[in-house]
Design a protein around this ligand. Structure first.
Ligand SMILES: [Zn+2]
Length: 111
């Protein structure tokens, strides 16, 4: 299975369109159980039980791992509640549509 994005040790840094269909609600295009939130890296994938899980950082969203992803089946496990994940993903959508405004929003703005 080929993976896109920059591999940072066990994490991946990806562009929004690597992980989301950029039409409609972004969080809906993640293959994930939206009610399952794991703040810490899960030991195994809830879908296929694979133990290889990566952190996924999406350019222009949360500075750090936004969600987890199974290396085997690409299943996503949220780190933040669904609405919060959508908010973060929408930040990257703004970047995507306004490439001249590329930059990172400081974490402090979300507290
Ligand atoms: Zn899996």
């Amino acid at each position: 299975m080929s993976k896109r994005g920059v591999i940072l040790e066990e994490d991946r840094l990806v562009m929004l369109d690597d992980v989301c269909d950029i039409k409609g609600r972004l969080v809906d295009s993640l293959d994930a159980d939206k009610n399952l939130i794991c703040k810490e890296k899960p030991n195994k994938c809830p879908k296929c039980s694979c133990e290889e899980i990566s952190g996924v950082e999406v350019m222009g969203t949360y500075e750090g791992r936004l969600f987890w992803e199974c290396n085997e089946c690409d299943y996503a496990i949220l780190r933040f509640e669904e609405y919060k994940t959508e908010e973060y993903l929408q930040l990257a959508k703004g970047l995507w549509t306004n490439p001249s405004d590329w930059g990172f929003v400081p974490k402090s703005e979300f507290n």
